[in-house]
Design a protein around this ligand. Sequence first.
Ligand SMILES: C[S@@+](CC[C@H](N)C(=O)[O-])C[C@H]1O[C@@H](n2cnc3c(N)ncnc32)[C@H](O)[C@@H]1O
Length: 383
Amino acid sequence: MPLPTPDTPHSAPAGAAMPHRTVLLNEAVQALWGEAGPVPEGTYVDATFGRGGHSRLILSLLGPQARLLALDRDPDAIAHATQGEGAIADPRFRIEHAAFSSWGDVVEQLGWGPVQGLLMDIGVSSPQIDNPARGFSFRFDAPLDMRMDTTQGESAADFLARADVQTIADVIRNYGEERFAWGIANAIVAERDAGRSPQTTAELQAIVARTVKTREPGQDPATRTFQALRIHVNRELGELEDALDAALKMLAPGGHLAVISFHSLEDRIVKTFIARHSREEVDRRVPFAQERPLLLEALARIKPSAEEVAANPRSRSAVLRVARRTAVPWSPEAVRAAGGPGAVQSVEASPAKSGRSGKPASKSAHKAAGKAGGKPPARGGRR
Ligand SMILES: C[S@@+](CC[C@H](N)C(=O)[O-])C[C@H]1O[C@@H](n2cnc3c(N)ncnc32)[C@H](O)[C@@H]1O
């Protein structure tokens, strides 16, 4: 289906700095249709509504009987979809306040399955980064919060106030790929022991700056530590793994999966997941080796155009991966045959070393991250 011009139709005020621009807008929406015909019908899911750039374009192109379910874990995103000028009043649209790890459950509860297309544009949005009060960025001095869902879970400050030094180091090393993780973790715990556990972005930035003396040109010493804490506090990698696993079960035969990621840790998970379910790995040396049922077909890896990167520098690290669900029925056996759910090993297998011992990174950071989300996501269904 031809799409409108690549101009971003949606642009919302974004806290202080850059306006929100949807990344890979046309490419991602085009990737959802597959063979849906000239006017796509059926159920589509935008699991990361943000400010609704993708959702609005999807709605403008869907057929009259189609429906779009959007999710976001950030109450500000839900408010944007339901209140004020940005509100979407379309009977085919529904938005839920939920973490996308639960998107399959939400679809099942609504009785909206199977799903023709799932889009995930993961990570933080510009409105989140640029809102000083959210504590995502050291550009603003603010409470050290970093939660996308401000209604539940543990803030970054609370995590640093209670976690042991090894867990803090593991988080910073595994999710920030920070070689000074052990020193930073020790410095944080020393401050805490002196009654000065970091409560604000500026306090944490100062601790890191005292510890990290060398850095790539143009990069603040605290960049990697902030990224790591954000990933941990929001259980970002576990969320992604759970959402991908649900796609195997919830997508209709021929249904499309489109995932935009901005970070190599996330992209590695998406890439590994698609490869695991789309690549035949029959051992030809074994007589009568069984062919494994493949649940996905890998379709594309797409990067933003040079024009998009020039217009929106934040798009430069984006990668869109697209896959199509095959007609092989979902079953626990089919998933197990591909190596079981989850792609934790792809993160843990990163070359990072652990602590002083120099041993491979432990799984404790990922496990700790798994606990950070606490209770299941809140749901506040809204139209
Ligand atoms: C990059 S923005 C999406 C922008 C959106 N595509 C647009 O065009 O405006 C990512 C959004 O996903 C949300 N998000 C990130 N992780 C999430 C998760 N695990 N569950 C639900 N929403 C999540 C964030 O709150 C943020 O609003």
